[in-house]
Design a binder for this molecule. Structure first.
Ligand code: UDP
Length: 323
């Protein structure tokens, strides 16, 4: 299949692109390289540098490549930043996303896979989080993704655009070639590993007074290769749907740090800080629907192999992609 990927120079996009190419698909990447890295784009893919706000450029690129499906990763995805700069989130994640959908409609492309998020649920009343729970985001990031989910329903109904929205929990880990390298790193695992590499003095723990067994937030970490596998399965679906995508396991911030100590064999100093705005205490996925409907099964069921793969990548690329 020919697949057009936005955000294919970013962390999740780059590894999904690699996996699709490994499985024989033909891939084009469109990225503005503000967050992504040119070196993270698999050399087997066609590359277009453009911003999704440039509707003409996007329409042209899709017209030229002629894909059967579009995967849309390009977005801003930081909860904390969205609490300070909501405008950026609504512009880039909603308005620019609509340009992409319109470019698909114009070019007659009918299959769409969307990177959504568990942040659309806010602070859910039950755990694990299944698809029947009400979506009440508590930050503009989650709200922007929920708005786009709603827009997708209408493009399906009106234009016959068939979508699969995958609501990611916490993507982590690396492939052999590609890994997590943000210019400003806010994510837990890469920040902990930076301490292990001696590039950062201590890792900050945002909140130790949550109502969880050790007082720190609990997240459902999913290996990036399992996440990529779900995207590839979604390509074969003929109808639209929403799926929560996590393993169903929960790991606290302190447990992640302990695991990193054990995997790296290095000392990792911590600094306890107040809570970060917009963080729900606990997010764990129910993956029943995606297992049943897409036959998806995570190969990595716990945090250790996820951290091991991330550590292996960081050891090979201590300066990330900019080196
Ligand atoms: N976190 C932390 N220190 C850091 C980065 C993150 O304590 O340096 C916490 C954060 O508050 C959250 C969890 O780790 O509870 C996962 O955060 P991350 O930013 O990796 O992903 P998110 O859940 O926001 O998508």
């Amino acid at each position: 299949m020919k697949i057009f990927v936005t955000g294919g120079a970013g962390y999740i996009g780059s590894i999904c692109v690699e996996e699709m190419l490994n499985r024989g698909h033909e891939v084009a990447v469109l990225d503005n390289l503000t967050e992504g890295h040119r070196a993270a784009v698999d050399p087997r893919a066609t590359f277009y540098q453009a911003d999704l706000s440039d509707r003409e450029a996007v329409t042209r690129a899709i017209g030229e490549f002629g894909p059967e499906a579009v995967m849309h990763f390009a977005a801003n995805a930081l909860v904390g930043e969205s609490m300070e700069n909501p405008s950026k989130y609504f512009r880039n994640n909603v308005s620019s996303g609509v340009n992409l959908l319109d470019a698909m409609v114009e070019n007659g492309v009918k299959k769409f896979v969307f990177s959504s998020t568990c942040a659309t649920f806010g602070v859910p009343e039950r755990m694990p989080i299944d698809e029947s729970l009400p979506q009440r985001p508590i930050n503009p990031y989650g709200e922007s993704k929920l708005m786009f989910e709603k827009i997708l329903r209408w493009y399906d109904e009106i234009h016959g655009l068939r979508f699969t929205a995958l609501r990611y929990f916490n993507a982590a880990g690396a492939s052999e070639k590609f890994g997590e390298d943000h210019r400003i790193e806010t994510h837990l695992i890469p920040n902990v590993l930076k301490v292990a590499l001696g590039q950062k003095e201590a890792v900050e723990i945002y909140g130790t007074d949550y109502e969880t067994p050790d007082g720190t937030c609990i997240r459902d970490y999913i290996h990036i290769l399992d996440l990529a596998d779900a995207h590839i399965r979604a390509l074969d679906r003929g109808r639209s749907g929403f799926f929560n995508l996590g393993t169903g396991g929960g790991t606290s911030v302190r447990e992640v740090i302990d695991c990193c100590r054990s995997v790296t064999g290095r000392e990792i100093a911590v600094r306890e800080k107040p809570r970060r705005a917009g963080d729900p205490p606990r997010l764990i996925a129910s993956s029943d629907r995606i297992r049943a409907e897409l036959g998806w099964e995570p190969k990595f069921q716990n945090i250790r192999p996820i951290v091991e793969s991330a550590w292996a990548w960081h050891l090979r690329n201590p300066q990330g992609y900019e080196a």
